[in-house]
Design a protein around this ligand. Structure first.
Ligand code: SF4
Ligand code: SF4
Length: 405
């Protein structure tokens, strides 16, 4: 059986002179761009617009990268009017015309119609998509452009993620879930394996035809929001297979598929791209591309299932695994409270003794890290209890993280 291709090209900066040729090289190596892009089809561009932040923070796909991808498509179709850009961000902005306008302004997408002739989505309607063979979901509501597109071009960012350790092609498709429905999914699928299966269900139903990852300025540390740190990674990756692309990106970060929660679940489902053995990397050698000092999120060190079994495991997860904690020096306090608004199980409440402070109910907390994802100040840290720190960090019983630094 043929291997799944993932192509890679180096790109040093967000200059038109660099990004255009590097994209051309990456897509040329992959080889089938012209077969995927067809005239007279509705094409959805789906960048990562997680939250309203400037491109320099590396939280969102860079607008120049998006623009150059659009130019490559229009070179083939000459129909920019058939291309729509859409995403639904974390619910700190409403999924409405005014919320989307703020999102496009902050992330630098707002001028794309003027510059390229494409359409930015302001329609907040949604439509049902069925999931054949879904494990976590059989049907879900998706933003209308995702449900209506003939071709989806997925443009994720090369980033870490507190919940899924790394985020890329598969996780980016969670953005088709509209606005306030996202916390509901977190609440429903609080178990990480079911959460990952939900992501897999969504990506296999939405089926992006091509993924091109913006890894020019990536993110390391406590991603995917303001808690993470931008890191120059100088890469563009492309594949028709989301799992294969994530596999390579994750390995470049130093996280093999056996340690990547999404790929672990995908391997159980016999999805080919989840295994490195089924992938052909073109344009580079994995050992050369690997970033040896890349910083993964502290949440990667979950208590190993080999160490505790059964119900003891659940007790361990709640008491020993990382939990969110506010750094009061960074927190905006009363003027913000965004974390409280997005917490799926309502585990964050006002402190009756201090209007500037918030309290976490750790019995309710499902460790989804939505709060740290949306915090505009990066004020929510991941902490371990004394025992958790001892077991995970001192005695290394948090699973084998030999790839991690
Ligand atoms: S922790 Fe972050 S999101 Fe929560 S109130 Fe403080 S600044 Fe806002
Ligand atoms: S407190 Fe934070 S990590 Fe816990 S459930 Fe709420 S949003 Fe998720």
């Amino acid at each position: 059986m043929d291997k799944i291709k993932v192509s890679v090209a180096r790109c040093e900066s967000y200059d038109k002179e660099n990004v255009g040729p590097a994209l051309g090289k990456c897509l040329g190596l992959l080889g089938n761009f012209k077969d995927i892009i067809k005239p007279d089809k509705k094409i959805l561009i789906k960048p990562n617009l997680l939250s309203p932040n400037v491109p320099e923070k590396a939280i969102t796909t860079h607008p120049l990268f998006v623009e150059e991808v659009i130019r490559k498509i229009v070179e083939i179709t000459n129909q920019p009017e058939n291309i729509i850009l859409a995403d639904s961000c974390v619910p700190i902005l409403s999924y409405t015309e005014s919320g989307l306008k703020k999102l496009y302004e902050a992330t630098g997408m707002i001028n794309l119609p003027e510059r390229t002739g494409i359409i930015l989505n302001y329609d907040n309607r949604h439509a049902k998509i069925s999931v054949k063979d879904g494990i976590a979901v059989k049907q879900f509501d998706a933003i209308l452009p995702a449900a209506q597109a003939d071709i989806i071009i997925n443009l994720p960012k090369f980033k870490t993620h507190n919940l899924t350790i790394s985020t890329g092609a598969v996780k980016n498709m969670f953005g088709v879930i509209p606005g306030m429905s996202k916390p509901g999914f977190h609440a429903l699928f609080f178990d990480i394996s079911m959460f990952c299966n939900m992501l897999i269900d969504i990506v296999t139903a939405v089926k992006p035809q091509l993924t091109i990852m913006d890894g020019i300025l990536g993110m390391e540390g406590e991603g995917p929001g303001n808690g993470g740190k931008p890191r120059k990674t100088n890469l563009i990756l492309a594949s028709t297979d989301c799992f294969a692309l994530d596999n390579i990106a994750s390995n470049i970060m130093g996280l093999s598929e056996e340690k990547n929660p999404i790929l672990i679940e995908a391997m159980k489902r016999h999805i080919m791209g989840a295994s490195i053995n089924n992938i052909e990397l073109i344009g580079g050698v994995l050992s050369d591309l690997r970033i040896n000092d890349f910083i993964l999120p502290s949440t990667r060190k979950e208590i190993s299932k080999n160490f505790f079994a059964g119900f003891l495991m659940n007790i361990a997860k709640n008491n020993l695994n990382p939990y969110p904690k506010i750094d009061r020096k960074k927190c905006r306090g009363e003027s913000c409270k965004t974390c409280k608004k997005v917490c799926p199980p309502l585990a964050i409440s006002d402190d009756a003794n201090d209007s500037n402070a918030l309290i976490f109910d750790y019995k309710k907390c499902i460790r989804c890290f939505c709060c740290s994802e949306v915090c505009p100040e990066g004020a929510i840290d991941n902490k371990y209890t004394f025992l958790g720190n001892l077991i995970v960090n001192r005695y290394g019983l948090g699973g084998k993280n030999k790839e991690s630094k």
